[in-house]
Design a protein around this ligand. Structure first.
Ligand code: F6R
Length: 618
């Protein structure tokens, strides 16, 4: 959360920074702000609570913000409410130094008390302002006086927590100093200009030459140079890389929202995730850095993740246990390390994360590595912190996901988890090679099945309009349909701000059935009649139970399932696929349903309230 942009070069900084912030707004939209070094040697700032447009309006023609060195911030609030006062940049007492920040300074309360006893009167409730005062003091006097880089190093040594910090000082024209611990920061190297950003999309228009900054590093930028050091001031080598993402990939491509675009991109995201992972005989996990021998030593799997990624793990449990005959536990990352799980060298911990930045997942994997478990990241973001700190990585190739609600990244996570399941089965010999080939072949047909599903979604869109005024929606599933039900409910909660719950259908009679009343919409994910006849029969009974109590039944069932039609007020067909792969098609209508209900209720689908795309705090 929080997006950061910096620029130093020969051009007017403001438009470049505002453009970068627009691309990073998905990281947080509680407030936005900029600081520019003016040609007159002052630091000029502007900041505004709310979305970036509010700042744009406040800035007007930007005449006050002329200058070619500056920085910008888009905020997801942690310490201090989303107000003008708490918006970044934050200044020190002199007003000549400004700081922006992404992350949380965990020892900020102690530092604030120390500053207050020294006579400082903070003007905001943020942890960031504390850094501004510390940095201002280090720059003003003492061993680091007049040296912004050394001041930053000294201050960082005192900070606990996670942070990306960027600072400008009016007395250091044409210089930007930044630091990072855990929170993301990349440097873009242009011709006579330098960029800094939380991710490359902010400067891709201007340069594809990038430098990745590591943990606990400080970088000092001028228009023609950059110097990377550690927090002690020792020089370090930055890691260069070339960005080959097309900028158009990160834009809406004609769809009304990023989420609509990303839903439509799912067949491609799945095909890209599967591509290159089967050579006709073997499952290949070439980015995985684990051999078959390594995989054979595994005797237990934990999947740790949050939100939708966690739901992808619940699906993985069914597939991996069935295919590879390995016990799989699926844990919310935020609970995992506090529970003291039993881990050892033979444990594989799979950390699933779209962003690769989720702090709960990152901390869970750190805990697992400390306990000597092997950690495999399933991640969508190249070079992000989670894959960097893992022993091995299996990338999903869904492309950048901008809509806050995960769609294509979720399906790609499910597909990558299946690949892992097949790789484990292959290594452990729990499946014949011919079975692995057949399973991969079925997976490879899924992108077409998702395409077919997407083509038939008009009835779901109409249903979305219809359900816009419902007070709540319940979701029921069994087997792999259960995580699908949870995912459908999560999408509806986060997008439409509607009460929604997913249940294992068997649990209905243990409590949730008490919620059923006349007209309550209930979405039921039907197991396959052919492959799971027993579960199918049980689910039919569940539908009868809720229908007889007045529920409005919306049933997702495979094409040709005639037995369910009499019990469905609305029947939504999805293509027939192997039962374990059903989540890849059955989730799609639920994504569209949530988006349509949210649209009908007038909400911003790409930016649901209170949420951020990357959750980099615990
Ligand atoms: C829901 C959603 C979130 C994320 C969760 C984990 O639509 O997007 O629940 O799935 O915050 O994020 P990543 O995958 O980036 O670790």
């Amino acid at each position: 959360m929080c997006g950061i942009v910096g620029y130093v070069g020969g051009r007017a900084a403001l438009p470049l920074i505002m453009g970068g912030l627009a691309r990073l707004e998905y990281r947080g939209y509680d407030s936005a702000g900029v600081a520019i070094q003016s040609p007159g040697g002052e630091l000029v700032t502007a900041k505004k609570a709310g979305v970036l447009d509010n700042l744009r309006t406040a800035i007007g023609d930007g005449a006050d913000l002329a200058g070619s060195t500056g920085m910008g911030h888009t905020r997801w609030a942690t310490h201090g409410g989303p107000t003008d006062r708490n918006a970044h940049p934050h200044a020190d007492g002199s007003g000549r130094l400004a700081v922006i920040h992404n992350g949380i300074i965990e020892n900020f309360a102690a530092l604030r008390t120390e500053l207050e006893s020294a006579g400082v009167e903070p003007v905001s409730d943020t942890d960031t302002e504390v850094v501004a005062h510390l940095l201002g003091a280090a720059f003003a006097a003492g061993p680091t006086a007049g040296d912004l880089t050394a001041s930053m190093q000294a201050v960082c040594r005192r900070l606990h927590g996670t942070f990306t910090l960027v600072a400008l000082h009016a007395d250091r024209p044409g210089e930007i100093v930044a630091a990072r611990r855990s929170s993301p920061l990349v440097l873009g190297v242009g011709d006579g200009e330098m960029f800094l950003a939380s991710d490359v999309s902010a400067f891709l228009e201007y340069t594809r030459d990038a430098v990745e900054l590591g943990q606990d590093q400080v970088v000092t930028l001028t228009a023609d140079s950059y110097l990377v050091t550690d927090f002690l001031g020792n020089p370090l080598q930055g890691k260069h890389f070339h960005v080959d993402w097309e900028i158009a990939e990160a834009e809406r491509g004609g769809y009304p929202t990023f989420m609509d675009k990303e839903i439509a991109e799912q067949p491609e995201a799945l095909a890209n995730t599967l591509r290159g992972h089967f050579d006709g005989r073997h499952i290949l996990l070439d980015e995985q850095r684990m051999s078959d021998d390594d995989l054979r030593t595994i005797d237990k799997v934990f999947v740790v993740a949050c939100g939708s990624a966690y739901h992808s793990g619940l699906v993985a449990k069914y597939a991996i246990e069935h295919w590879a005959r390995l016990p799989v536990e699926v844990e919310l990352a935020s609970e995992f390390r506090y529970r003291d799980p039993i881990l050892d060298r033979a444990t594989l911990v799979v950390a699933v994360s779209q962003s690769g930045e989720t702090m709960d997942t990152l901390e869970a994997l750190r805990h697992a590595r400390r306990q000597k478990a092997t950690v495999l990241a399933v991640c969508n973001t190249n070079g992000a912190q989670i894959p960097r700190e893992s022993d091995a990585v299996l990338y999903t190739h869904a492309g950048p996901e901008i809509g806050v609600a995960s769609t294509k990244a979720f399906l790609a996570q499910v597909a990558a988890n299946y690949l892992l399941g097949l790789a484990l089965a292959q290594a452990r010999g729990t499946k014949y090679p011919s079975e692995i080939a057949a399973d991969f072949d079925q997976l490879a047909q899924i992108p077409d099945a998702v395409r077919a599903t997407l083509a038939g979604m008009d009835p779901v869109r109409r249903l979305g309009q219809d359900l816009a005024t419902a007070p709540a929606v319940l979701f029921l599933g069994r087997h792999v349909g259960y995580p699908v039900a949870l995912e459908g409910a999560l999408k509806l909660k986060e997008l439409a701000y509607m009460h929604a719950e997913g249940f294992a259908a068997g649990e209905l009679k243990h409590g949730p059935i008490a919620l059923v009343e006349d007209g309550l919409p209930m979405v039921i994910v039907m197991p396959s009649a052919k492959s799971h006849p027993m579960l199918h029969r049980k689910m039919l009974s569940n539908i009868r139970e809720v229908q007889s109590r007045g529920a409005r039944t919306i049933v997702i069932a495979e094409e040709g399932d005639d037995t369910v039609a009499p019990f469905a007020d609305t029947l939504i067909d999805v293509p027939i696929v192997p039962p374990l792969l059903q989540p890849l098609v059955a989730t799609v209508p639920l994504q569209i349903l949530a988006a349509e209900i949210a649209r009908a209720r007038g909400y911003d689908i790409d930016k649901p309230r209170n949420l951020a795309k990357s959750v980099t705090v615990e």
